[in-house]
Design a protein. Structure first.
Length: 208
């Protein structure tokens, strides 16, 4: 049985649709159920529902053979995984945003810049590579609020349409990376379940 880790939240419906189009169906309504484990009708696959940030961990440690996660999550986790497919949903940007009119940062600036974000690793790597000292203010929600009340100078967050930023007087000043959904595979499982894994990758590739 191939175990697939699926992220709860905005990725769940498109992930389930992708699996269904690949011929993987479940007898229950996965999206509305409170269960966390679901076996496919043919008994060949098992889906487990986890928090988005936990998908790389489940796959890296072998609790799941495969998973679907955003590139932002994978970059932040630094998990050692195979990424054979870029999937056609979840498109957005990992970006630096600031109050409108705030000037750009460069390496000659002396003061440490305070950045509110849930992407600590991505943020540090990006600014360290440019020689810009930053202090990370860790937040898990309502990140747009931080610059408005003086908690941080800028934020690093996912941006899809930019509407929320605009409504809060912020704008994108730098794009760190483009992000979308990725199929990830456990390295050991790629060998021990090679036939099942390759068939799964092929099924998804055919409908992309």
């Amino acid at each position: 049985m191939l175990v697939i880790a699926l992220a709860k939240g905005r990725f769940l419906d498109p992930s389930l649709d992708l699996l269904q189009r690949a011929g993987i169906r479940f007898s229950e309504d996965v999206a509305s159920s409170r269960k966390l484990i679901f076996d496919s009708v043919d008994g060949r696959c098992r889906a487990v529902l986890v928090k988005p940030a936990d998908v790389p961990t489940y796959v890296e440690y072998g609790a799941a053979d495969a998973g679907i996660a955003g590139r932002d999550v994978l970059m932040e986790s630094r998990a050692d995984l195979l990424q054979p497919l870029v999937l056609n949903f979840g498109h957005c940007k990992i970006a630096v945003a600031a109050p409108k009119g705030m000037r750009s940062i460069n390496g000659s600036d002396n003061p440490t810049i305070r950045i509110a974000t849930k992407y600590r690793n991505i943020t540090l790597e990006y600014f360290n590579a440019r020689g810009i000292p930053v202090e990370i203010i860790p937040l898990s929600g309502s990140i747009e609020l931080a610059p408005l009340i003086g908690l941080a100078d800028r934020i690093v967050d996912l941006v899809e349409t930019g509407r929320t930023l605009k409504e809060n007087g912020l704008e994108v000043v730098e794009v760190i990376a483009e992000s979308s959904a990725r199929l990830v595979i456990n390295r050991a499982g790629y060998q021990t379940k090679r036939e099942e894994v390759l068939a799964f990758i092929g099924a998804l590739k055919d409908i992309q």
